[in-house]
Design a protein around this ligand. Sequence first.
Ligand SMILES: C[C@](O)(C(=O)O)[C@H](CC(=O)O)C(=O)O
Ligand SMILES: [Mg+2]
Length: 303
Amino acid sequence: MLYSKTTPADKRRLFRERLATGELLRFPGAFNPLSARMIEQKGFEGVYISGAVLAADLGLPDIGLTTLTEVAGRGKQIARMTDLPAIIDADTGFGEPMNVARTIQELEDAGLAGAHIEDQINPKRCGHLDGKAVVDEATATKRIRAARDARRDENFLIMARTDIRATADGPHGLDLAKDRAKALVDAGADAIFPEAMRTLEEFEAIRSAVDVPLLANMTEFGKSELFTAKQLADVGMNIVIWPVSMLRISMGATGRALDTIIEQGTLTSKLDEMQHRADLYELVDYEGYNHFDTSVFNFEVAR
Ligand SMILES: C[C@](O)(C(=O)O)[C@H](CC(=O)O)C(=O)O
Ligand SMILES: [Mg+2]
C-alpha cells in the first residue's frame, strides 16, 4: 500500500547481489508509475526508466530537452511504486562533469538503483538515429569519474553508455566501441551499455573486451536486431531493456481504440483488450487502504 516497502539502499544492495550472479536480469521500461507495478507483479527483475519515454510522454523528441528536475522527479514517482530496482537513463548527465555529479546525487535521492551516462555530445539524440557524434575519450571518462566521486551509496550502479559504435561502419566501429568500453571501465564504470550493437557477435565482442556487467538494448525499429532473452544470456549479457516497448504497445492500442470509437461509436468490441477495473484495483492495492478507513474498499467488482 502507498509505496515500496524496500528502501532505496536495500534495493541497490539486492540489485548488486543479483547482478553478481551473472544471470540475465530483465528490465522492461515503465512508462509511468502504474506500469512499474505491473512489471513487478509479472515477476521481472527490475524496471527501466527511459529518457525517450520521458520525453515522448511530454510530447517532446528525445534530443536532450528534458531537465534533470523533470527526469529525477519522474524517476522518483516510478521508483517508489515498486520494490524492484529501477535504472534510469540520465542521457549525457545534463551538462559538464560537475553537472553529472549533481545528477547522480539527485538520482540517488530520488531512490533509483542506478543510472547510465552516455558519451554523446550535447545535445544528445536517440542512440538509434544516424548522424550521432560522441565526445573524446578524456571527456567521456571525466563524466564517469565525476559520477563515481559524487555517489554516496557505493551500491548505486554507475553505468557508462557508449554510442561510439554507430560513428563508424563495419569492424572499425566495433573496435572503437571495444576501446571506449575499456576506457570507461578503467575510469570506474560499474557496468557498460554498448549502444546500437548490430548482431549477437558484436555483443560477444564487447563481452570479451571488458569484465563488468553489460546491458543490451532491445529497442524496436532501431539498429539492433531483436534478440530473445535466452540469446542474450547465452552471449553473456547481464541486463536487457525493452525501453520504449510498453509505451509503443499502449500507444498502438490507444490509436486502434480511438479508431474504433470513430468507426463504431462504442468501445464494446474492445473490452477484452482493456485492463479490467478489478485488475486495476488489485494493482493499486485498493483493498489495502481499508487499513486507514474500512469504508474505502467495500464493494465487489464483477468481472
Ligand atoms: C534507450 C534509450 O536511450 C531510451 O531513452 O530509452 C533510447 C531508446 C530508443 O529511442 O529507442 C536509445 O536507444 O537511444
Ligand atoms: Mg535515452
